[in-house]
Ligand binder design. Sequence first.
Ligand code: ATP
Ligand code: MG
Length: 216
Amino acid sequence: LAERARAGELGRLGIMGGTFDPVHGGHLVCAEQAREALGLDAVLFIPTGRPAFKLDRPVTDGELRLAMLRAAVAGNDAFAVSALEVERPGVTYAADTLRALRAALPDEVELVFITGADAALTLPRWRESGALADLAAFGVAARPGYELDAAALADLSARGFDIRPFAATALDISSSDIRRRVSEERTIRYLVPEPVRVMIEEQYLYREELDHGRLA
Ligand code: ATP
Ligand code: MG
């Protein structure tokens, strides 16, 4: 991806941050439709190291979450995965990640951070919120139950955020539901890409979710 950027082939790069524990069809459809709607040349998936907002439950090892993501995006030339946050010790914040990308990529590359409307509403409370607004534009997908209304949009714009809403097919899929299903020995087929489903099965992931009291 860095090579494509240096070759001038990357005008606009989407960034999909998340825990991805595990990556699922909702994430992939959202990224793909963001790519189309926002004119992104590529989408970079960056799984969190130690998520700032999920310190309450054990998160699957970063290498495994990366491996599932790599399997999920294989075959899509516009999708790539970054280990930037997983390799960074401690909690990572979006502002740090965007600054690192900014430093690594040519100035011409425009960064568009993709998020669900639920997460976008909390942007003013993110760490270094003011700096964030200058580092990237924000592509905001409608997620079932969460939409950006005109007032929320106006508020974010007033705070300097460049918000680019886009319509995405509403898929009510969540990683929590997938983990719960696995722990209850129910099917997750087609909710996640098949290679991801196979990895979850082979690595015995999410089996003891309930035993360990991981679910909120
Ligand atoms: P969890 O259930 O553990 O909270 P999650 O399914 O919400 O997991 P995250 O890794 O927290 O997944 O989400 C990463 C990003 O993807 C966030 O910006 C979130 O808003 C977005 N996202 C998650 N699920 C969907 C979905 N079904 N459709 C569109 N966007 C989604
Ligand atoms: Mg979530």
